[in-house]
Every structure is written in C-alpha cells, then in structure tokens.
Design a protein around this ligand. Sequence first.
Ligand code: PLP
Length: 393
Amino acid sequence: MTERRTAYLRDKVEQMEQRGETWVLRQLETATQANPTVEGQEVIMLASNNYLDLANDSRIREAAMDAIERFGVGAGSDWSIAGYNELQDELHDAIAEFKGTEAGLSYQTGFAVNAGLLPQLLDEGDVYVSDELNHGSIIDGIRLSPADSVVYDHSDMADLEDTLEAVHDEYNRMIIVTDGVFSMDGDVAKLDEIQRLADEYGAMTYVDDCHGEGVLGEGHGITAEFGLEDDVDFQMGSFSKACGVFGGMLAGNQEVIDFAYNTSRTWLLSAGYPPAVAAANRRSLEIIDSEPGRVRDLWDKRDYFKSELEDIGYDTGKSETPIVPAMIGDSRKAQKLADRLFEEGVFALAIVYPMVERGKARIRNQINAGLSDEDLDEALRVYEKLGRELDLM
Ligand SMILES: *Cc1c(COP(=O)(O)O)cnc(C)c1O
C-alpha cells in the first residue's frame, strides 16, 4: 500500500508533539465565564480574554436574540455585495463614538483588520516600522504589502528613534505599527513617546488595541488612556476580548474608513458576520461605557492577584494589565504546571515557543471581573502548593 500523500503532515505534527508544541483543545460544557465547567469539572477561568465577564451577559444575549428575530441568522454575503442592515450602521457610529474618532467600521475579526487593511496602506517606496513583539496578524498583514518593513526592539524608544532616523530619508511614507497591550507579557506600549517620535519624523501611527479595549482608558482603550484619540491615525481592535462577543473594529477619520472598506480584501471577499453579532457588539460598547465600575473592579482584582502571586515567589514579568504571567522559563515545566493547575481546578494557558522565545515559557493568567475574591484566593493557594510541588521557586 502506498503512503497517503498527506503523511508528511502527520510526521510534522508528531515532531511538534515531541517538542511539546501542540495544542490540547479543551471542551467547555457551559458558557465561557469566571467559573465554567470544563471536561466535567468547574474551574477558575484564567485563560480567556473575557476581561469584563460580558460573554454571557443577559443584556447582550437579549440584543442578539432580538436581532435574530428581526434579521435572521446570516448576513447573506459579503457586506459590500448584498448589503447590510441598520444594526451594522448603528454599530459603526457606536465604534466612532466609543473611540472618539470621526468614523468607525467593523470587520469580521480583528485578524481581518490587520491582515486586510495593513497590506493596502503603503506602496512600494514606503515602510512599516514595527515593534518586534507585534501580534501575528500584524506580521502577516505587513508581509502582504509591497512596502518594506523594519522592526525595532520591543518598546525600545531609543531604537525606534534610531530606526526612524535611519530610514526616513530613504522612504516616502512611514507607519509605526504597535500593539497597545502586548498579549504575552501584558505590558503597555509607550504610546505617548511613539506618537511624539511619529510627529517628529512625519510618520503615521497604527495601534492594535485588542487587549486594551475594556481595560485601559476607563474601558475606551489605549488612545483614551493617553489622550491621543485625535493623533493616532489608525486604531483597530476586537469585539472578541473584553467586549465578550466577536468581530473586529477600525476607528479613524472618514477617509481612513472609506479607504478601508473599499480596499481590504478581507472585508470585500469574505462574508459579513451575522446581524446578531452587530447588535451584541453595540450593546457591549454601551455597557462598557455606562458601567465604569466594572473596569475598576477588574483592575482591583488584577492588582490583588499580581501582588499576591509575587508574594508567593512568582515572577510576573513585565505585567502592567490584567494579563499577569507567571514566568517559568522551561517549556516542559510550564506545560507541566499548566496541566497540574488544571487538575487542581485552575484553567490557565502555558505559553511556550513559538509564541514566545525558547527559555521564556510562562503561564499566562488573565484576570476577569467575574472572578470572586474566593476564586482569586483559591487560585493563589493552588499556585503556592504547585510551586513547592514542582520546585519552581
Ligand atoms: C486577539 C488579537 C487579534 C485578533 O483579534 P480577533 O478579533 O480575535 O481576530 C489581533 N491583534 C491582537 C494584538 C490580538 O490580541
């Protein structure tokens, strides 16, 4: 019998397995929330981006169900081809208001914004100036563009300045691209300095705020945190994180938005998401805007968890947000700790190569506003116990 033509794929997965680099997919038996049931046990959820505990909010569910009653379940086609409904228009206005910009637009996902819009923004003779730890969707978006790209050391403003100094004469247009919150370490981009350098060198700025919305700037994101709503040229984000729903967003001035939906291949060549998603996204923005206490609550819990985890003896790395890593180093040790945490009822993700450099493996804890004080104390108790058991401190 001849081997199947796809056998090489099995070999590749086996090699990844041996290096501890494959995913264990876990099944949730409830909605995702602070204490979901996962594989038969109730766990403390520290692995989701559901920072504000909105993913199963009854008001957002209701908005989605009303939309299904009125508009059905499917978009029918790409928004550009077969049209869209008023829910989508209302959402676009809501995005602009939420982000403090002239106009807003939603995309199918955050990935679709970066992979679809970034390639269109620059031409040959232009250059992207990109932080080395930017999200994979930014890296892919830049790769698809005819423009060149240069990478600066992570959040290193001296290196950014040197880079701009070195390239600005050589190229026509420049865009500095950065994550707002870096998802592996939970640190925040120095957006004030980035914007100052951009202004000095005549560059545009593009900020990916996926982990900043609902978290920074009283929920409105990193540009609100720094008061730079009018300065950043391209603000993108996601409804799938703190907003608890699904979809991507873009905010900027009207010419940015008009250009975006006329040129992004992801927007033009892929179906719109269901009307219920638009209604749910809009309701989520309203709730974040009207309930600042939710955001404060998230931060109180994050501050408590981070300081207690450090007291136990864990290194939380560069965390400045509700992403609070426990730095471990070795991939296998981190995997082992994640497995043991899960057995003890704490669901947190081991982050290993290739998501981070080899030797920088960690457990990524993500705090969410729905966790009770008891949940946090229980998770800390388990961390302390396993730290001793696995000899981590
Ligand atoms: C999650 C994430 C994305 C992708 O957003 P989706 O809406 O899930 O596609 C893009 N950039 C960053 C920094 C992210 O964390």
